[in-house]
Structure formats: structure tokens, C-alpha cells
Design a protein around this ligand. Structure first.
Ligand SMILES: Nc1ncnc2c1ncn2[C@@H]1O[C@H](COP(=O)(O)OP(=O)(O)OP(=O)(O)O)[C@@H](O)[C@H]1O
Ligand SMILES: [Mg+2]
Length: 1134
């Protein structure tokens, strides 16, 4: 629940001066002081906010405070600038009224701070979003940029705005900021060249020199030391509490946020540097022949650097400081400038350059913050303009500033006092007239087009002839003499003749805020604000684009002989525009007051405050508010707002609004003196009455809210209940379905179980029955089978007997038939023989008959001759047929016998021919070949049909020396060891008794011995004389194993027999046998061919057994040791 607060709660003094009792200047000041001492720096006069400068930061601008004041009634909380800002913003957003916030007060009173507070508050409470935030940020960041270039330290304020600023912030229909427009008024440019004692030039100069990097300074040809620059006052270059370097960074950052390009920032800094350089250019006189002095630049270094910075031709600028071209009526004249004029020209250039740069910055910022949307904007204007100034020495600037303040005061008077009174009259409300001072008369003294001071100044400036500040003062003295607010020593008004406080060269104006003495010196010059055309043309010639832009009048193509409008004229015009603009808006006032001159906290100087209160007309302001009515509102809106307070007007009032308000106020028992009925508005005297109404309204609203809440809650609960009910029905339905489903499933499964039991029981019964039946059937079948078996066997027996009988019959029959057939055959043969004999006899007889018949025709021996011839022919043909046979003994072909009678001869002839051709064949043989064949024959005799290996050896010729022992150098040594001719040399395997494996050996055979040698080295392992060899054993199979058995008791027998294997077994054995056969001194070597034989190894005999079809190990036989006494050789099957 929101806590109800009011302006009246915990009030220190009075928060609203309207409630001050008694009301006079003293009590006013006391109230201000009282509040100031308690850190209450804001006080209201109705809707006007008085702001005292605390000169220290107070914790009253926090985000929490912003939230506190947001959307709250103006009088609801203690006075604050946020309340005013909120009121203005809401009025703008909700009621579509353009607003302006007018901040006035003297220098250092806190105007600029106040304007920033208003802006930051609005920024905090208005809409948010990426785009909106960017706009806000740009609007807020325009302040540091303008302050750097337009603010300076003065005696009154360390951050004094030296220009007037009016900023229009534009909002869309939602109240979100869209952009803004800044207008600037009259920059105090004289400060560029000269500053009063204790004051500084514009901040930017110091910020640049302190904050820029060495690199930047080098580029700008600047030195960090302030003392090097004539335009910078030395005595207060460093200000306490001001960090110029940090500010420079802030400014650069702000420029970037606002949207300045890096190149633009650089250009701006270059111009700032140029101004500093310009100040350092000094002149010296140079005498001319005509006796006049002409100025010359003293040290050209700064000039050169400046020209380099801006891209100006040095000679052009140098000339512009020495000569001046005057154009009049198509005539051009060049006059020389003396040193003073050159300095004047230099300063004028610096001032112009700086002020134009400042205006360009404002234009550039405006470009960035310009609202993009073309829709209608709501506008909130914030005016932060220099306050009323009274110095010891007041010049043209103060005159202009004070004129502006006069205008503002006038608008204040117009809009608050006069408007107020006029409205009372309009509304026909009784009004006690309050006298107030209307400063329109002072404004008129200054701005009147005929005889106003500004008009006369312009007239003097434009007038031909000698014009000086004195002639201007004379003119004022004549024309304004009668004016009651104008005072001058030379005035015709004698009363000032003796006034010594009024020097001769001055005039005094009685401003609404006090009398100000203006020194007339410099008025004409400052108003003219002349810059020699030569200088502006020199500037235009610069290659620096921003520079050219700032001096458009320097363009020779656009020479305008017309004088530019004077400074006074321009200012008056812009103030006029500003006033018109302000008048279209709803004003909100912030009156700033500075509590002391020392710029320190906690000091409240009564006299100073009193002076400000007086010239701001604050007490007068309170009086007006108190005399009238604090609050007024059209009947319609009043009724609309409070109609809920009365039953008759709630919810609708059908009659006229005024009657409704009357009924309402009567019903609410508001005392009659508290309000008055105007023509269209109700006027409420006291704010408290209004608060009461507001309070009651709020209470009523709460009741209404409670009612709405009640109905809404009822509706919501009902809806909720219905929803619950509906849901419950659905849930119940689903649950029931689910439960029934479960139940059904259970019953179903129980039924299924029972069913299955019953079916099982039934099935078992049937099964039992069927099994019984099956057993019965099986028994019957078995019995039947036995019976049928018996029957069948009996039948079989019978049939067998029958068959035996039948066979016996058929055998007997067959025998009998055979006998019959043989008898018949014999008979037939007999008959055939007889018939054949008959035929032969018949043939012989016929032959005999024929011979007998034909004998007489042949000679007695012709028959024999024919016979012989025939035989001869037959034989001849037969022998010629044998010619086809070849001479090869291998050829087995022989022609078939042609005639039966040659059978014996044919066979004999074949045998004789074969023997003959073999003999022929043998006849061709050489002795060696013969020996070979003899060997082969011997092999055949030994092995043919005895050993399976033999047939494969027939086609292989016996080579004898397989190792080529004679030729092979490897065996040279071995060969030389042999005493006789080597008949056979071959590689054999010597079978090892231990494992049956073979190791290669060279086997050499000579006529008298055989030798076994190492295969690799050729070393003789064993040499056995052949007489020691008893027998050789081989198997019947196709292996190459052979055992060389030695005679028992011989010299070689001690080594034991040799079991060897060779691929040339047949040849080896044959050769051995042959040597034995041919040697006369030796016995025949026995060749034992059997599949099992004994071999005498060193100690014991081992049986070597050959088996066929053993495991195939390639094609060769494998020997394996079976046990100590048995070596088994498995020979692959052929
Ligand atoms: N509300 C405030 N809280 C704290 N300090 C303040 C406040 N208002 C002003 N000041 C202090 O007073 C100084 C002067 O304020 P400001 O610059 O706003 O004066 P001004 O009225 O704009 O003066 P000028 O007319 O010279 O520009 C500020 O620099 C700041 O130190
Ligand atoms: Mg200021």
C-alpha cells in the first residue's frame, strides 16, 4: 500500500512560499536560509521552483529520487527540481502541451546545473530502447562539448556559461525523445583575446594543452606550457577542482558519441590551435617614406606554423596584417595598417574565428541530434541563458546580456502576473489588484526601433563621417534624456550633473534588477564587429576545409558590399524569435539563487540573497499567488476528476458541468470561501483544499479499486471454480474408465485362466480316451500282425515247396530238352558235314570235270606255271607291302597278313626283320655308347620287374659324373685325391641312423673303391675298397634308398654299413654290379631286392622297412626312425 505523502509533511520552514506567514522580504529570506541550512535547496512559489546553489553535491539526485518523484503530484512530495521536470514532462506527454523551462538567475546561481538536472530527469523517466537511448545519450553529451568551448572560469563561477543556450527537446506522441535543436546566443568572444584578472579563457584551450597526447600536440604544433600563449591568462590557468586533462578526454568522448567524425574533431582542434598561434603573432612598426608607420610581423615563426596548420599562404596573411583594402563604389583602395590596427585586426580575426567555430559546433551538433521522424513533435524547451550581470566595468556584452534578462523578466511578468490577473477578470472572479512593476518600459528603452539604444547604436555605426563611442553617447544623451530609466552625466536632466558616481564616458540604466553603469567605450566597435575583408579573404584561401566554411564572405566571387548586420541587431532579432517561441509554450520557472559570492558551501549571505530575491521579484510573485486562487481548472475536467466523491455525480452527471461541480463541492462540504466559480473554471483558493479533494479522491479510488478487485476476484474465482469442476468431471470420467478397464482386464484374465483349466481338464480326458483307444488299436494290430505273420509263413512255406517242385520239374525238363537239343545238334552237324563234303566232292568233281574238259586246251605244265606266276605275283605284292616298315628297333608296327597261307612266314619274317634291324642299329654304336647300353642292359637284367623305380630310369642316360668333378674347381682337391678314374660322381644322402634324416655327401666310385666325401669341403669321409663290399640292398619300390653292406671282418666293416639315398640309384647299383662282374679278382656283388633288410650300423643291426603309400612328402620317400631297431621309409604311391 502506497504511503500518502504531502508537501506539508516534515516541512522545514514552509515548502511553498504561498503558505508563508507573515509574508515580507525578511520572512522570505529567513525561510530560504532556514531551508538552506537544512539542505533543502528547493522551495516553491506555487509552481515556480526557487533553487539555491548548494556548492556541493547533495544526495538528492539519485535514481531512487527519480523513481520517488516519477508520476507524483507536484505538491505531494517536498519541493524538488524533479517535481517540476516531472510535471512538465507529464503535461507534455499526457496533455499534449509544449513546455518550456525557463531557468534564470545570476552567474553562478546554478542555471546550467539545473538545466542538466531537468534533462537527466526527463531522460531517466521517458521511454527506453536502443534508438531512444542513443538519442538521449547524444542530447546529454552535447552539454560537455558546448561547455568546453563556451564556458570559462570567471570570478563568479568556475564553469560560467559564456553564451546563451536554448535547447528544444522533441518527443513523439509516446513521450520518447526523438532529437533536439540547440540555439546559441552571443558568445562572449572578447574573452578569446583578453580575460579579466583572475579569470580564464574558454576551457578548451587549457583542456587541449593539458589533455592532448604528445603526438597530437606535435601535429598541432603546440606546446604544453600555457605561458607560451599570449591569449591565455597565466594567473588562474589551473583552477582548483578542475581536471583539464580528464575533461579533454570527456569532451573527445562526448564528441564521438554526438557523432563527430575523427577528421572533424581534428579540424576543430586545428582551429583551436590556430587561435592560440594567432595570439602569439606580434607586430613591429616600420617607417614609411610618407612618415606613417606600417606594421610588420615581428617573429614569423608562429605565423608560419599557423599558416601551415590551416594551409594558408603565409605571404597572403602577412599582407592582410599590414594592408587593408577599402572598396567604395567600384573603387579599391589599399591603406596600410599601423601596429595598433594590426593588433586590432589580429584580435578581430581570433574572436571571429573562435565564435564562428562555436556556432559551427552548434550547427554540427544540431545535425546529429536532429529528429529523424517527420511526424508532429511535442517540444520541451530548456533555456539556460546568462544571468543578469552587474560588474564594476560593464560594457557592450553586459548591456546585451542584461537586455536579454529584461526580456525574460518581461515574459515572466506577462505570463505569470499579468496573465493571472487577466484570467481572473476574464473569469469574472473578484480580484484585489496587486501593483507590480512592469519592465516593458525598460525593454522599450533598449529595443525601440526609433529611439531605442540599440537602434541609435546601429545608426551611429552606419552613419558616414567620424563615428566614435563619444558621438554615440552624445546621441543617447539627446534622445533618451527624458527617459526615466536612463541616466547620464551630460544628460539634459540636471539632476545627474552633480552625480559623481556617474562618469562622463558612461550611461546608466535602471534595470528591473537594479541600476547598471555602462562604459560606452568599445560599443561602436563591438556592435560593428568588423573583420577586414582582406583577412576573411585570406582565411577563405586556406586549404583547411572547415576554415573556408567559416569564412564564406571571403569568397571573392561573392563580394558583398553591403554591411553585415550589427551584433546588436542580430541579438535583438534572435531574442525576439526566442520570446515568440517561449510564448507559444507552457512556461515552467526555475529561479536560481546563489547563496554567497565565495563559491563555497554552507554560507548564506543575506544581503546577496536579498538582492537577488528583490530583482527577481519573488515576493511580489508570492503576493500575487496568495491574493488569488492557488488552483483553477475547467469545470469539465474538475467534474471528471472528482465526480466519484459524490453519489449524485457518480458515475455520470447529466446536467451542465458547472452545476455538477457545485453539487459536488456542496456534497463534499468544502467551505464556500475556499472556492469561487468563474465563467468556465472553478478557482480553489487554498492548495490544501485541493489536497483534501485529492486525498478524498484517492481514497474513493481505492474503494473503487477494492470494488473492482472484489468483482474481479469473484469472477476469477468463479471461473477458476468452473474450470476446476470441468476438469474434475473430465478427471473422474477418465478415472472411472481406467478403473472399469482394470476391472474388466482382471475378470478377463481370470476367465481366461478358468477357461484354460477347464479346457486342459477336458483335453486331458480326451487324451486319456484317445490313448486308450490307440493302445487297443495297437494291441489289435499286433495280434493281427502275428496272426498274419503265421499265415504268411505258412503260405510261404507252401509256396516254397511248390516252387521247389516247379524248379525240379523245369530242371528235369531243361535237361531233357538239352539232351534233345544236343541230339538234334549232333544230327544237324552230321548233316552239315555231310552236305559240305558233298559240296567239296561236288567241287572237286566239277574241277575234275572242268580240267578234263579244258585240259585239251592247255599244255601239260601251263597250270603249274599259272599257279607259280600267281603265287609269285602274290609274294611280290606281299614283299612290296613290307617296304613301308621303318628301320627303328622301337617301331612295333608290321603290316597285317594278307593271306592265310602266309601266316607262319609272316610271323617268322617279322621276327627275322626285327633281329636284323636291331643288328643294324647296334652296328652303328661307338664303344662308349655300347658300354652305356651294356650298362643299361645290365640294369634291366638286375631291376626290370623287380624294382618300381626302374622304368623311370630307362629313358635317362647314365651320365656317370654328375658333379663334373674333373672340371669343377670346387672339387679339384678331391679329384686329385682320387688315384683312379672316377666312374661315377654323384650327390647322395647319407641316412643318419639316429633320426632317419639324410645329410648330403659326395659319392665317388672308381674301379677299386667307393668314396664318401663332404659336400661342402670335399674332404673324404670314407673310402671303402670294393672287395670289402659284401652286398647291396634296395627296396622293390620307387625310392632311392640303398644299403652298402660290408663284409664282416673286413677293414672297412668297423665303420658299419652305409645307408644312402640317391636319385641315380639304378645307375650306381648297376655300375657297382658291373665293376664286380668285370673284375676277375673279385666276387660278384650280391644285389638283394626286398622291402625289409638289415643294416649293420657301428654296433647294432637296424631293420629298414619300406612301406608304400605313407604320408606324401613331395615325391620323395621319407625315412623316419621308429625305434632303436627300426627305420621306416615311407614311399609315395606311384
Ligand atoms: N544543484 C547543485 N548541486 C551542487 N552544486 C551545484 C548545483 N548547482 C550549481 N552548483 C555549483 O555551482 C556552480 C555554478 O553553477 P552553474 O554553472 O550552473 O551556474 P550558472 O548559473 O550556469 O552560471 P553562469 O551564468 O555563469 O553560467 C557549478 O559549477 C556547481 O559547482
Ligand atoms: Mg551556466
Amino acid at each position: 500500500m502506497e504511503v500518502k505523502t504531502s508537501l506539508l509533511d516534515n516541512m522545514i520552514g514552509v515548502g511553498d512560499m504561498v503558505l508563508l506567514e507573515p509574508l515580507n522580504e525578511d520572512s522570505f529570506i529567513v525561510n530560504l536560509r532556514n531551508r538552506f541550512d537544512h539542505n533543502e535547496i528547493y522551495t516553491y512559489i506555487g509552481s515556480v521552483v526557487i533553487s539555491m546553489n548548494p556548492y556541493r553535491s547533495l544526495p538528492i539526485y539519485t535514481p531512487q529520487k527519480v523513481e520517488e518523484y516519477r508520476n507524483r503530484n507536484f505538491y505531494e512530495l517536498s519541493p524538488h527540481i524533479y517535481a517540476l521536470a516531472d510535471e512538465a514532462y507529464r503535461s507534455l506527454r499526457d496533455q499534449d502541451k509544449d513546455q518550456c523551462i525557463l531557468i534564470t538567475g545570476e552567474s553562478g546561481a546554478g542555471k546550467t546545473e539545473a538545466s542538466k538536472l531537468v534533462m537527466s530527469y526527463v531522460a531517466a523517466v521517458c521511454g527506453k530502447g536502443q534508438e531512444v537511448n542513443k538519442v538521449k545519450e547524444q542530447l546529454l553529451q552535447s552539454n560537455p562539448v558546448l561547455e568546453a568551448f563556451g564556458n570559462a572560469k570567471t570570478m563568479r563561477n568556475d564553469n560560467s556559461s559564456r553564451f546563451g543556450k536554448y535547447m528544444d527537446i522533441e518527443f513523439d506522441f509516446k513521450g520518447d525523445p526523438l532529437g533536439g535543436v540547440i540555439s546559441n546566443y552571443l558568445l562572449e568572444k572578447s574573452r578569446v583575446c583578453k580575460q579579466p584578472r583572475g579569470e580564464r579563457n574558454f576551457h578548451i584551450f587549457y583542456q587541449l594543452l593539458s589533455g592532448a597526447s604528445d603526438d597530437t600536440l606535435m601535429k598541432l604544433k603546440l606546446d604544453r606550457d600555457f605561458s607560451k600563449y599570449n591569449y591565455l591568462s597565466l594567473d588562474s590557468a589551473n583552477v582548483n577542482g578542475l581536471d583539464d586533462a580528464a575533461s579533454f578526454r570527456t569532451v573527445r568522448n562526448a564528441m564521438q558519441i554526438v557523432g563527430f567524425m575523427e577528421a572533424e574533431v581534428q579540424s576543430v582542434l586545428e582551429l583551436v590551435a590556430a587561435v592560440l598561434k594567432l595570439g602569439n603573432i606580434e607586430f613591429k612598426p616600420e617607417s614609411r617614406v610618407n612618415g606613417f608607420d606600417e606594421s610588420r610581423v615581428k617573429d614569423k615563426n608562429d605565423l608560419k606554423e599557423m599558416c601551415e596548420l590551416l594551409g594558408i599562404e603565409q605571404s597572403v596573411l602577412e599582407r592582410a596584417f599590414s594592408y587593408r583594402t577599402v572598396e567604395a563604389k567600384m573603387e579599391k583602395m589599399s591603406t596600410t595598417l599601423n601596429v595598433a590596427q594590426a593588433y586590432y585586426a589580429r584580435d578581430a580575426l581570433a574572436k571571429n574565428l573562435y565564435s564562428r567555430l562555436f556556432s559551427w559546433l552548434v550547427t554540427r551538433i544540431n545535425e546529429s541530434i536532429k529528429a529523424q521522424a517527420k511526424t508532429r513533435h511535442k517540444v520541451m524547451g530548456v533555456l539556460d541563458i546568462y544571468g543578469f550581470e552587474i560588474f564594476e566595468d560593464n560594457s557592450f556584452e553586459q548591456f546585451i546580456i542584461n537586455y536579454c534578462n529584461e526580456k525574460l523578466q518581461q515574459i515572466f511578468i506577462e505570463l505569470t502576473l499579468r496573465e493571472e490577473q487577466e484570467e481572473y477578470i476574464r473569469e469574472d472572479i473578484e480580484w484585489t489588484n496587486i501593483e507590480y512593476f512592469n519592465n516593458a518600459i525598460i525593454c522599450d528603452l533598449i529595443e525601440n526601433n526609433q529611439n531605442g539604444i540599440l537602434a541609435m547604436l546601429d545608426e551611429e555605426c552606419l552613419r558616414p563621417g567620424t563615428v566614435t563611442d563619444d558621438t554615440f553617447l552624445d546621441k543617447l544623451n539627446t534622445i533618451c534624456a527624458e527617459h526615466q530609466h536612463f541616466e547620464s552625466r551630460l544628460n539634459k536632466n540636471s539632476k545627474f550633473l552633480t552625480d559623481h558616481s556617474l562618469p562622463h564616458s558612461c550611461f546608466r540604466i535602471q534595470h528591473y534588477a537594479g541600476k547598471v553603469l555602462y562604459r560606452v567605450e568599445g560599443f561602436v566597435d563591438k556592435n560593428n564587429d568588423l573583420l577586414y575583408r582582406d583577412l576573411s579573404q585570406a582565411m577563405y584561401k586556406a586549404t583547411h576545409s572547415l576554415m573556408r566554411q567559416l569564412f564564406p564572405e571571403g569568397n571573392p566571387a561573392k563580394v558583398n558590399l553591403k554591411r553585415p548586420p550589427t551584433a546588436g541587431f542580430q541579438f535583438k532579432a534572435s531574442v525576439g524569435v526566442l520570446m515568440k517561441n517561449l510564448q507559444t509554450k507552457n512556461p515552467n520557472y526555475i529561479r536560481c539563487i546563489k547563496p554567497n559570492d565565495k563559491k563555497v558551501a554552507h554560507i548564506f549571505t543575506d544581503s546577496l540573497v536579498c538582492h537577488q530575491v528583490r530583482y527577481l521579484g519573488l515576493v511580489e510573485n508570492v503576493r500575487v499567488r496568495r491574493a488569488g486562487y492557488a488552483f483553477r481548472q475547467p469545470y469539465e475536467s474538475c467534474l471528471e476528476r472528482y465526480k466519484m466523491l459524490c453519489k449524485k455525480t457518480w458515475p455520470h452527471w447529466r446536467g451542465p458541468a458547472r452545476d455538477g461541480v457545485e453539487v459536488l463541492l456542496t456534497d463534499c462540504s468544502v467551505p464556500t470561501e475556499e472556492f469561487a466559480y468563474g465563467r468556465s473554471k472553478i478557482f480553489i483558493r487554498n492548495p490544501r483544499t485541493l489536497f483534501t479533494l485529492e486525498e478524498r479522491r484517492r481514497a474513493c479510488l481505492e474503494d473503487l479499486a477494492t470494488l473492482i478487485q472484489k468483482i474481479y476476484r469473484g469472477w476469477k474465482s468463479r471461473t477458476h471454480f468452473l474450470l476446476l469442476k470441468k476438469s474434475q468431471v473430465v478427471v473422474a470420467a477418465w478415472y472411472r474408465r481406467y478403473a472399469q478397464q482394470n476391472k474388466y482386464q482382471k475378470i478377463k484374465s481370470a476367465t481366461l485362466v478358468m477357461q484354460s483349466f477347464v479346457r486342459g481338464w477336458k483335453a486331458r480326458n480326451i487324451l486319456r480316451q484317445l490313448k486308450y483307444e490307440k493302445r487297443c488299436k495297437e494291441a489289435v494290430t499286433t495280434i493281427a500282425a502275428y496272426w498274419h505273420g503265421t499265415q504268411a509263413r505258412m503260405e510261404l512255406r507252401r509256396l516254397k515247396t511248390e516252387a521247389r517242385n516247379k524248379r525240379a520239374v523245369s530242371v528235369i525238363w531243361a535237361y531233357w530238352q538239352g539232351t534233345k537239343a544236343r541230339r538234334e545238334l549232333r544230327r544237324l552237324k552230321e548233316e552239315a558235314r555231310r552236305k559240305h563234303a558233298v559240296a567239296i566232292i561236288w567241287a572237286y568233281w566239277l574241277g575234275l570235270q572242268v580240267r578234263r574238259e579244258y585240259r585239251k586246251f592247255f599244255r601239260a605244265n601251263a597250270g603249274k606255271k599259272i599257279y607259280d606266276f600267281t603265287i609269285q605275283r602274290i609274294m611280290q605284292k606281299y614283299f612290296l607291302g613290307l617296304k613301308t616298315t621303318t628301320m627303328s628297333p622301337m617301331d612295333n608296327t608290321w603290316p597285317a597278313k594278307p593271306y592265310g597261307f602266309l601266316e607262319g612266314a609272316h610271323t617268322q619274317l617279322r621276327r627275322i626283320f626285327h633281329l636284323w634291324r636291331c643288328k643294324k642299329y647296334r652296328g652303328q654304336f661307338t664303344e662308349e655308347k655300347k658300354a652305356v647300353y651294356e650298362e643299361k642292359l645290365e640294369a634291366s637284367e638286375i631291376f626290370k620287374d623287380k624294382k618300381a623305380l626302374y622304368p623311370s630310369s630307362v629313358s635317362q642316360p647314365f651320365k656317370g659324373d654328375y658333379l663334373e668333378i674333373q672340371k669343377n674347381p670346387k672339387y679339384q682337391k678331391l679329384n686329385s685325391a682320387m688315384e683312379e678314374k672316377v666312374l661315377l660322381a654323384d650327390l647322395v644322402n647319407k641316412i643318419n641312423r639316429a633320426n632317419g634324416k639324410g645329410s648330403p655327401r659326395l659319392f665317388l666310385l672308381t674301379k677299386s673303391n667307393f668314396v664318401l666325401a663332404d659336400q661342402k669341403t670335399g674332404q673324404v669321409k670314407a673310402s671303402v675298397p670294393l672287395p670289402d663290399l659284401a652286398s647291396v640292398s634296395v627296396s622293390t619300390q620307387s625310392d632311392g634308398f640303398f644299403a652298402l653292406k660290408l663284409k664282416e671282418g673286413s677293414a672297412s666293416a668297423s665303420k658299419g654299413d652305409f645307408l644312402l639315398s640317391s636319385e641315380h640309384l639304378i645307375e650306381i647299383i648297376t655300375k657297382l654290379h658291373r665293376i664286380g662282374t668285370t673284375a676277375a679278382d673279385r666276387d660278384q656283388i650280391n644285389i638283394d631286392i626286398s622291402d625289409e633288410f638289415l643294416v649293420q650300423f657301428k654296433q647294432d643291426k637296424v631293420c629298414v622297412k619300406f612301406i608304400q603309400g605313407g604320408p606324401k612328402n613331395g615325391n620323395s620317400a621319407a625315412c623316419k626312425r621308429k625305434n632303436n631297431r627300426l627305420l621306416e621309409v615311407s614311399v609315395p604311391s606311384p
